[in-house]
Design a protein around this ligand. Structure first.
Ligand code: ATP
Ligand code: MG
Length: 474
């Protein structure tokens, strides 16, 4: 579809790599030539665009909303770009709140739907005196209250060129060039229903290419998370990363260590809980980014086909669960990623005399502490991760009382799924998983019989250290 539509608008390739705002205006794909209509959007997105337009502001759907619809997919969410400042957006929607410090924007809520509204941003102009005022917000232009016109916008760069704060407001064409990828810089407005393309977004959708806007190394240095985003979109859309955007990742990957832990964790959720984790994981490995996020996992995979199988199966299951609308917790995948490093350490600790449970707990603590140096995991998830690991030692002990208690705990299901994966990966003999499957399906009397007949698992204790001989003082 796009091929046919876009061929009429194709530019020469040198012309089409234009990425600065000084070049002539955007390519505008008229309504007749593409399939997007206001009906393609969510009712919430339409409301936001309409109200902003009625108040005299420009407003467009940008990013995944346009990109995914052009590709015939359902967008995850709708992002809006506007020339209204956050305070102005806030004052138009009761159901909204301003969020973010590094990047201030407004979340507008409609029931469970959330529309993210961002004010057009400009790049830092080192020659501009203050970077403190928005260029396009004269109140006479729109005749609105001065509230919200105080401009707190600012952009700060680290010494490595990383953007620490991105709040300089700008015009639409400035906004387009500071976006990450060409395919994410397409704008759709509901007034004229044209699609605006300021770089080569339409062409790159057609060519199935992830291409940064601007100079790749600079754009990655400004925001190293863009490396993860490149991989994520490549996996999600089945696109390839343009060679000049792929190459710098190998060298610049370590810059991810400058990203605040909380943001990296958020990005990690997007990578693995978007429904395409099985494609993301090998791509992260290919670009040497897995070692930036989960170095112990990467290490545990060398020559360990059992560890690889466990992860592959868990990623595939996660994608399936998401596809069928089942809930997923990041804790499960984290437990999987770190299981083999934990096991290795647990064995060492057991040899040093700790009981299996004490060794598992200590190994878990140590591995999570090491993991925290790269990507910190919120405590509400690490608690679950540790429980899943500890349950692996509890599940083999099946006296009637214990089995009945265990099966009723909130963590049982995840621990049981984890056990099944361990069996499928060949780490342990099959059998126990089936026993628990049957147990869950059995009625109370059958459960009792099963527990009585279950092989007795020995509760292992720590090896007793020989007592020191008492010293006599004669
Ligand atoms: P999806 O929502 O499907 O994950 P998306 O493209 O909408 O994909 P978002 O994270 O929702 O991604 O961001 C919305 C838009 O904001 C992007 O399409 C892009 O234009 C811009 N954007 C997001 N993150 C960055 C970034 N780190 N650097 C530059 N632009 C970004
Ligand atoms: Mg989005």
């Amino acid at each position: 579809m796009l091929k046919r539509l876009f061929s009429r608008h194709q530019r020469s390739s040198s012309d089409s790599r234009r990425t600065d705002k000084t070049a002539d205006g955007p390519v505008s794909l008229p309504a007749k030539q593409h399939s997007l209509t206001p009906e393609s959007l969510s009712p919430g997105a339409v409301k936001v665009l309409k109200r902003l337009n009625e108040a005299g502001f420009k407003a467009y759907i940008v990013g995944g909303g346009v990109r995914d619809l052009l590709l015939g997919a359902k967008p995850k969410d709708f992002d809006v770009a506007t020339d209204a400042h956050p305070e102005q957006v806030r004052s138009l929607f009761k159901n909204s709140r301003i969020i973010g410090r590094r990047f201030r924007l407004v979340h507008v809520l409609f029931g469970r739907e959330m529309i993210e509204v961002a004010t057009f941003r400009a790049k830092l102009d080192e020659n501009s005196p203050a970077n403190q005022t928005a260029p396009n917000t004269s109140s006479d232009q729109r005749g609105r209250s001065k509230r919200g016109q105080q401009n707190v916008s600012q952009q700060r760069l680290s010494q490595q060129g990383q953007i620490l704060q991105d709040n300089i407001f700008g015009s639409l064409d400035e906004d387009a060039v500071r976006r990450d990828f060409t395919i994410n810089a397409l704008y759709f407005g509901i007034d004229d229903q044209n699609i605006l393309d300021y770089s080569t977004g339409l062409e790159d959708i057609d060519k199935q290419t992830i291409r940064l806007i601007g100079i790749p190394t600079e754009r990655y240095k400004e925001d190293p998370v863009r490396m993860l985003r490149a991989v994520r979109f490549a996996a999600k859309l089945d696109f390839s990363i343009a060679p000049d955007c792929a190459q710098p990742i190998f060298e610049l990957g370590p810059l991810l260590s400058n990203i605040p832990a909380a943001r990296l964790f958020e990005e990690n959720l997007k990578l693995f809980l978007g429904g395409y984790a099985a494609k993301v994981f090998p791509l992260l490995q290919q670009y040497q980014l897995l070692e930036q996020l989960f170095p112990l996992t990467q290490e545990s995979l060398s020559n360990n086909s059992v560890a690889q199988k466990l992860i592959d199966q868990a990623l595939a299951n996660t994608d399936q669960r998401i596809a069928s609308g089942k809930p997923v917790t990041p804790a499960f995948l984290i437990a999987v990623f770190l299981w083999h490093p934990v096991k290795l350490r647990q064995q060492e600790l057991q040899q040093a005399g700790l009981s299996p449970m004490a060794a598992t707990q200590k190994a878990g603590q140590e591995i999570l502490a090491q993991q925290r140096q790269q990507l910190s995991i919120p405590k509400r998830f690490t608690l679950v991760v540790k429980e899943i690991w500890e349950y692996q030692l509890r599940l083999p002990i099946r006296s009637a009382k214990r089995a009945e208690l265990l099966v009723q705990t909130p963590r049982f299901r995840a621990a049981y799924d984890f056990l099944l994966l361990r069996e499928h990966s060949g780490e342990i003999e099959p059998g126990l998983g089936q026993w628990w499957t049957d147990y869950q399906e059995a009625d109370p009397s059958k459960r009792h019989q099963m527990a009585v007949a279950a092989p007795r698992a020995k509760r292992q204790r720590s090896r007793k250290k020989p007592r020191k001989p008492k010293t006599t003082s004669d």
